[in-house]
Design a binder for this molecule. Structure first.
Ligand code: HEM
Length: 390
């Protein structure tokens, strides 16, 4: 977890697909394969649109996990066509580059205000003072979550995201189930209230799609809102702190960036490649596939190693070197294929806004003490990032 990149290099040397018994998965570590498999329709984020658990040779999840499963399984990320296509189409308008462009003044203003607070205090925790409040406020604003309720979003999201780690414990599952029940209940009430008083927000848009056009069930509406709220901040928070931690460890690169802000766009992409915020994504094999002579049968599970793909020397020369000017950078951090991150333009806007504000308003930002890593593998982040502004 501390530094998975040397282990990835060993895995890549072992082959294009490596059987991993502890999680009963096939690991795929090369960029070309990850990139191709993300677009391969013989794989799916779910199998339930085609097979029952028994037909697929899997057992049904424990009944006690039901509230989490119901919430998770009706969000677009865990659906396949045609349901995925129908729901993605409904929300995609809110995330086009042009729509996101209109948010620019608001996101920039917020980033300035948050960084201003950090500067006034002579430093603080970059995670809780800037990295977290920015994307939480933006996605909450887009959905129309009242300001007073926003503090609950982080703990609910963190509890639910525990289930995306490998082999979650029963404790983790119990926390995720509780959060799923509370989060769903909260949204059910908010939806009822908003139905009476619609606004210019995404939840009102989802209600209209349900009530007027019958294009979305009540459960899909709740699951979509939760997915957007969680996915809308988790990875951005981690990309921000992983990114600044990488900059502090590479002072010459940070100095180059401080001297030349035109590096910001390539720097954002390089930091997302260099320390990939989401390390692993899984797919079910819906129809047998063959990789390098190995047949992977229907019912198997593939784990694509995004962090490894992003360090594959076949695509990225000198991959362990942070190069903020790296221009040819086809990193896979936002995925590819039908589940390609719908929030990528928004994430880029937020990362650019916070980096610009930090470079402009806190040009003397330094690391106060080495951070500790969150004990997670899939969602890669830090517990905090103590900084000083002198
Ligand atoms: C640095 C920040 C972010 C990263 C690294 C990231 C990464 C990803 C990845 C890797 C996937 C696809 C997973 C797969 O293929 O199985 C994804 C999907 C998704 N992301 Fe992001 N994301 C980020 C920010 C955001 C933001 C700001 C939003 C705001 C709404 C968002 C919303 C979504 C949604 C809704 C999906 C599901 C898309 C689908 O299934 O069609 N993400 N993201």
């Amino acid at each position: 977890m501390a530094d998975p990149y040397p282990a990835y290099a060993e895995l890549r040397a072992r082959g294009r697909v490596v059987r991993y018994e502890p999680t009963n998965q096939w690991l795929v570590p090369h960029h070309a394969d990850v990139s191709a498999l993300l677009r391969d329709r013989r794989l799916g984020r779910t199998y339930q649109h085609r097979f029952s658990h028994e037909e697929f040779g899997r057992s049904a999840p424990p009944a006690a996990h039901e509230p989490f499963r119901t919430l998770n399984d009706h969000g677009m990320l865990d659906l396949e066509p045609p349901d995925h296509t129908r729901i993605r189409r409904l929300v995609s308008k809110a995330f086009t580059p042009r729509t996101v462009e209109r948010l620019k003044p608001y996101v920039r203003g917020l980033a300035d205000e948050l960084v201003g607070g950090l500067v006034r205090d002579g430093g603080g925790d970059l995670l809780t003072d800037v990295a977290e409040p920015l994307p939480v406020a933006v996605i909450a604003e887009m959905l129309g979550i009242p300001e007073a309720d926003r503090a609950q979003l982080r703990p609910w999201s963190a509890a639910i995201c525990g289930m995306y780690e490998l082999n979650p414990s029963e404790d983790t599952a119990a926390r995720a189930v509780r959060a799923s029940v509370e989060f769903s209940e909260y949204l059910r009430e908010l939806i009822a209230e908003r139905r009476g008083r619609p606004g210019d927000d995404l939840i009102s848009g989802l209600i209209a799609a349900h009530d007027e056009d019958d294009r979305l069930t009540e459960q899909e509406m709740i699951s979509t809102a939760v997915l957007l709220l969680n996915a809308g901040h988790e990875a951005t928070v981690n990309a921000t702190v992983n990114g600044w931690w990488a900059l502090f460890r590479n002072p010459a690169q940070l100095a180059a960036l401080r001297a030349d802000h035109s590096l910001i766009p390539t720097a954002i992409e390089e930091l997302m490649r260099y320390d990939t915020p989401l390390q692993l994504f899984e797919r079910w094999v819906l129809d047998d596939i063959e990789i390098d002579g190995t047949v992977i049968p229907r019912g198997a599970e593939i784990a694509m190693l995004f962090g490894s793909a992003n360090h594959d020397p076949a695509v990225f020369p000198d991959p362990t070197r942070l190069d903020l000017a790296r221009a040819d950078n086809p990193h896979i951090s936002f995925s590819a294929g039908i589940h390609y991150c719908i929030g990528a333009p928004l994430a880029r806007l937020e990362l650019t806004a916070s980096m610009t504000a930090l470079l402009n308003r806190a040009p003397t930002l330094t690391l106060a003490k080495d951070p500790t890593r969150k004990p997670n593998f899939v969602i890669r982040g830090l517990d905090g990032l103590s900084v000083e502004v002198r």
